[in-house]
Design a protein. Sequence first.
Length: 236
Amino acid sequence: MLHDFGKFSKEFQNYIGSTTGKINLDEDEFVDFKGMKGKVDHSSAGAQWVWDYCMSRGEAGQLVGQIFSLCIASHHSGLIDCLRLEGSDSFLKRMEKEDIKTHKNECIENAPADYLEKIETLLNTKLLKSVAIEINKLASLSGAGGFKQIWSFYQGLWTRMLFSCLIDADRIDSADFEYPENSRFRCISTDWSVVVNRLELAIREFQGDKPVDQLRRDISDTCKTRAEDKQGVYIP
């Protein structure tokens, strides 16, 4: 509900309206949509909103807010680096991006009356508490004493999983809108062994001979072996 929150801005509506022909060349709102492609920020507004909302809800709320806002802000770019190599904080820089560029306040005004109310209800009755509980469970996997470095690593993996869910849902929703006739194929029950074997065959066709290609194969093989290792960590 928040990843495309920035699309409530007039700038984005003019862009998408011009792109689809709903705003014609003679109208004042028409814009050079080809020149604007990829330049209208619609991912920061929702990230800023949930970050601001969660900031006042304690340490656990702030952690959940950062995870949500990181996923939302990154859904067109890939996960952004929170800390750059030179030490700058690119996450906070994104959260503090000027409203004239993100249009967060304008989007709040333009959103349907019950839109943000529904989001707040979800956060307060379900998401903040349940996500905080799941994140805290990771502490038990961090070994004796709950080593902070290991816990942070698991948090990172959990965030990537959530980010993948967002990307997957976003793309499926777009595909179903553009090609509704194909949506029925996603309701078919599939034998997972068939899908896994297809994936393995596809992977074997990658014959890259660069050092990074071999490294990727090694990582893939290691992960597969580790998954079959009964001594490995099991996350229920």
